[in-house]
Design a protein. Structure first.
Length: 306
């Protein structure tokens, strides 16, 4: 197989590059390096691997066959999409249009990386795929939420109108090696604050919940979805729910840090709860997470130490 991965130099994208190369496939990694980094793919020494620095909001042309198109290009951290609001909207809308166009031209299978953020600040708990969400379209987080919601709508339009072979994954909070120190998301921020002996910054009262999964579990789920016949959106995440305060305390304990916890104002439209209903993934893909949060944290802490 020949696989195109947009956003392939990012956190999740780079792990996907490793995964498909390990299966013997040819991988084309496309990334404009706006939030990705060549350091994430610098270890790859494989003749079947090609890196192309390119912005997928432009027309995409590739010689030769393409079997899979995985669209993972997008800022994904609040600090990134608040810093890059227009590009976030463009890559969700125009970038999805361009990658779907390439998929159609090549007769390939398409996988869209969507997000649990399509549920917004949910009024249904846990969140099943049938839930339509509670999103503020004009709020500061709307640039990411609505970009992904539009991308899902466009993907389904291509699926229905052009009979394109498409898949949609809604990714819940995932962490692991290759996240940036300045990523802005809770786990890498807490870990690096703890390793430096700094206070851990918790927003609000810390009682807002998240469901944290490890990168290897996510990659397994993505592979299973891509190879399945399921064309409806599928939640991939760890249903083990915990508060951000619990996460901060766990990281202090596992790092052996003397850091204290300090509190800051809650950002606008920050979701209060987040937990995936993974019934569809279990039934359709035979997938569920295998790595415990504690083990995942320890492996990630060890990576940041190195």
């Amino acid at each position: 197989m020949r696989v195109l991965i947009t956003g392939g130099a990012g956190f999740i994208g780079s792990h996907l590059c490793d995964h498909f190369l390990s299966q013997g496939h040819e991988v084309v990694c496309m990334d404009n390096l706006l939030t990705g980094s060549v350091s994430n793919i610098a270890h790859i020494r494989d003749q079947k691997f090609t890196f192309i620095k390119y912005d997928v909001t432009n027309f995409i042309y590739m010689d030769g066959p393409v079997d899979y198109v995985l669209h993972f290009a997008s800022p994904a951290s609040p600090i990134d999409y608040l810093r890059l609001p227009i590009h976030t909207l463009k890559v969700g809308a125009i970038g999805t249009h361009m990658t779907l166009g390439l998929t159609k031209a090549k007769g390939a299978r398409f996988l869209l990386a969507s997000t649990s953020e399509v549920y917004g600040d949910p009024l249904v708990h846990p969140q099943p795929e049938e839930y339509w969400g509670n999103v503020n379209p004009t709020g500061v987080r709307g640039v990411y939420d609505e970009a992904k919601r539009f991308a899902e709508a466009l993907t389904m339009a291509y699926h229905r109108h052009h009979h394109l072979d498409t898949r949609i994954v809604r990714i819940f909070n995932t962490f692991g090696p290759r996240m940036r120190r300045d990523d802005g998301r809770a786990v890498p921020v807490f870990i690096n604050q703890a390793l430096r002996g700094e206070d851990l910054t918790v927003f609000g009262d810390g009682r807002q919940t998240r469901s944290f999964g490890y990168i290897t579990d996510l990659v397994r789920g993505l592979d299973a979805l891509l190879k399945s016949e399921e064309t409806n959106p599928v939640n991939i995440g760890n249903p083990h729910e915990m508060t951000l305060l619990e996460m901060a305390k766990a990281i202090i304990r596992l790092t052996g840090s003397s850091s204290k916890i300090v509190y800051r104002d809650l950002p606008e439209d920050d979701p209060k709860i987040r937990q995936p209903d993974i019934s569809r993934a279990e039934k359709k893909l035979g997938w569920k997470p295998e790595v415990s949060v504690e083990d995942a944290l320890q492996m990630t802490i060890d990576w940041f130490r190195r």
